[in-house]
Design a binder for this molecule. Sequence first.
Ligand SMILES: [Fe+2]
Length: 406
Amino acid sequence: MSDSAVELTPQEREANLDSATLAQLVGLVDYDETADPFPVTGWDAITFVVGNATQAAHYYQSAWGMELIAYSGPENGQMDHKAFVLRSGSIRFVLKGAVKPDSPLVDHHARHGDGVVDISLEVPDVDRCIAQARSAGATVLEEPHETSDEHGTVRMAAIATYGETRHTLIQRTIGDVTYDGPYLPGYVARTSSFVKREGAPKRLFQALDHIVGNVELGRMDEWVEFYKRVMGFTNMAEFVGDDIATEYSALMSKVVANGNHRVKFPLNEPAIAKKRSQIDEFLDFHTGPGAQHLALATNDILRTVDLLRAEGVEFLDTPAAYYEDPELRARIGEVRVPIEELQRRGILVDRDEDGYLLQIFTKPIGDRPTVFFEIIERHGSLGFGKGNFKALFQSIEREQDKRGNL
Ligand SMILES: [Fe+2]
């Protein structure tokens, strides 16, 4: 490993990832955080508000192979809600559901349905980030404060981003002491009564690659500027203009990333087209902007997709024409498995000057046609599958049409 290898977070070390593996999985780059006005180490946790956290926690364990590690709820003095913390590799999901009928989570869920409420980021210095965010005009939802339990202390704050989504900023090391509880103060360690089937793999995905945000018509550039101005993020190369797929659910998309590229946010806005776009549908059913999909990185997408399908997870269909198109085949070139293996599973391929990627998208995971997952396996490409937009939109459109929203 070279001297410039990216330093791993405790979560990544616990997941037995090394920096070379991680660099391939999510396209990490080395960077100097001392010059960054808003240094971000990486993802801390993704919090979902759901209608029934007790059952959702089971689903993410049984279907997605995640492991229950912590809990907060009435049994440990948190009367308002239940929250289950699940892990796969270096990813943490927190699933939160209301217990009290007058919990603010009830209103939130009524407005948005199941979805992402908080994209928490681990930062080395909360106060520095908040000072920068405030001077750049961000809305500070929670001032920096400390919370402690017998495992130590964390310092945290929160800023608002698109819609009702927030970024909680979490500093787990104060001085040279790192918090060593199962998640955050207020949570207790919890293991599950759910037992994996014999022979089931330890995990189906290792890291979180990117989270896409859908924002209102005409506001994509504003949010791109927000991440640049407030959080020091930079543009990544991929840009999708409304010229890409005018016939099919048009959208525009730009990507911003933090210094080390652990955190990548493509931002979409709908574009005017003949038909109502998938972004319009999301904005209607989510009631405003929100996180559209989370891309989970794996080093074996074939196995991951097979196991997810075996547990009943549904993916978007890819038209046979996609694999039979000679132009596409020529552009894809050689990938690590025969195209037929990809076709059998509906896995998409995209290639750019740096390499290629394999990807597939699930259907929406809740009742509303809003949030879904992507599974991604990178081989050098730092892109997001721009070449697949058209094939993908045709597929999404068929689903949208079945729901009568096209
Ligand atoms: Fe994606």
